[in-house]
Design a protein around this ligand. Structure first.
Ligand code: ADP
Ligand code: MG
Length: 386
């Protein structure tokens, strides 16, 4: 952590030639359970992880905004008066989209000063750990501070989502930003995506001797195109055909009726969302009553539902999950939007190295690229660093 902060300060100084006004950071997140439920106004249970995006920000005397990242070679510059989704492209649409979205949610962009931002991150990009929300959330809390906006964290999450939806053009839900902004150490964020009420749920991994392993397949996904938007459209179609505003209003008991109304594909998409919502509620209850060692079956069932009903898994993710289950994991599932990215395995610390060896062996045997495996720890949400 301190290494990244030193790098960010040095990077900022070198590029912009002055000391930043401050540094802010926000974590990536992993979703423990509740996949493709957020935009259906259901339940999710992500946690913030010990991988962070750190930014240094300096205020300017003019109205220019400049952003740079160790991730990219260019410095992107825009006048605040010109900020609009149509003028934002590529990676800079994430940080500058947040500045634009703040104007949409209450900031008077005509009255605020310009800024320079330098970004550095150890959140892996495109691994389903939401490097996008980490960057949005870090910029959101920074601008909220330096522009004296006093917006609360749920509002900042909405600003990150608006930036991602409109400036980046990815139709994602509110989960990632909420986890990044609301996370606490050793805890998950139980979020009701309709009311936006959240509860901090103790995960208790350490006392139970458990760790959460990420198995990053290295297969990249893209939210802006393809399957994600298609699944979203299926869910909207299903809700419309069932006469409800969103799939939040469909319960497990309604599924027999839904089967008679919907075509097979739409029915299975709906069944995933409806049963996944129930699994999130069951996971929260199980964590509270029995602790993390008891949630394995729910994780396993979530994966099967994504593989068979929602059809967003890929052979690499299935192999990661099956290998984990066969090598001591308490539970395992793919996580994130699907079509690539990572799987998670909840496993006893003592069984971890055996599983890592097994994963490497299984991927080699199938001729798949070696996955990156690493443990993530539930960590604090976005915060000012200096
Ligand atoms: P993820 O699952 O990691 O959120 P996304 O496709 O949603 O994947 O977001 C990844 C994109 O976010 C990158 O392609 C890049 O445009 C932007 N991004 C993430 N981290 C950084 C960074 N440190 N600097 C600049 N842009 C970043
Ligand atoms: Mg993302």
């Amino acid at each position: 952590m301190s290494d990244i902060r030193d790098d960010v300060r040095a990077g900022f100084n070198e590029l912009f030639g002055y000391e930043p006004a401050g540094m802010w950071s926000a974590p990536g997140r992993v979703n423990l359970i509740g996949e493709h439920t957020d935009y259906n106004l259901g339940f999710v249970l992500p946690f913030a992880i010990n991988r962070r995006t750190v930014i240094a920000l300096g205020l300017r005397e003019d109205r220019v905004a400049r952003v740079a990242s160790s991730f990219a070679d260019e410095v992107v510059e825009i006048d605040l008066a010109e900020l609009s989704p149509a003028h934002l492209h590529g990676w800079a649409a994430y940080p500058l989209g947040v500045a634009w979205a703040m104007g949409e949610r209450g900031a008077d962009l005509a009255a605020v000063p310009g800024f320079d931002i330098f970004i550095e991150s150890d959140v892996p990009v495109g691994a389903g750990l939401s490097s996008s929300a980490a960057i949005e959330s870090a910029v959101a809390i920074a601008l909220n501070d330096v522009w004296h906006l006093r917006l609360d964290r749920p509002t900042l999450a909405g600003i990150g989502q608006l930036a991602e939806n409109e400036a980046v053009g990815a139709p994602t839900g509110i989960m990632d930003q909420s986890a990044s902004l609301l996370g606490r150490p050793d805890s998950a964020v139980f979020l009701d995506c309709r009311s936006l009420e959240s509860d901090i749920i103790d995960l208790g991994f350490v006392p139970a001797g458990l760790v959460l392993l990420i198995i990053d397949t290295g297969v990249s996904h893209s939210h802006a195109t393809g399957g994600y938007a298609e699944r979203r459209a299926s869910c909207e179609l299903g809700a419309r055909m069932l006469g409800v505003g969103s799939l939040r209003d469909v319960t497990v008991d309604d599924l027999p009726r839904a089967r008679g109304i919907l075509d097979d594909v739409t029915f299975r998409r709906v069944r995933h969302v409806v049963t996944e919502n129930q699994r999130v509620l069951d996971t929260v209850r199980t964590l509270r009553e029995s602790g993390p060692a008891a949630i394995g079956e729910l994780l396993d069932a979530s994966h099967l539902s994504m593989r068979n009903d929602f059809e967003i898994s890929i052979p690499e993710l299935d192999l990661a999950v099956e290998t984990a289950q066969a090598n001591g994991a308490i539970g395992a599932r793919m996580t994130g939007g699907g079509f690539g990215g990572a799987a998670i395995a909840l496993i006893r610390q003592d069984d971890l190295s055996r599983l890592q060896v097994a994963i490497d062996g299984a991927f080699a045997e199938h001729g798949f690229r070696q996955p990156d495996t690493f443990v993530v720890v539930p960590a604090r949400g976005a915060s000012r660093e200096i």
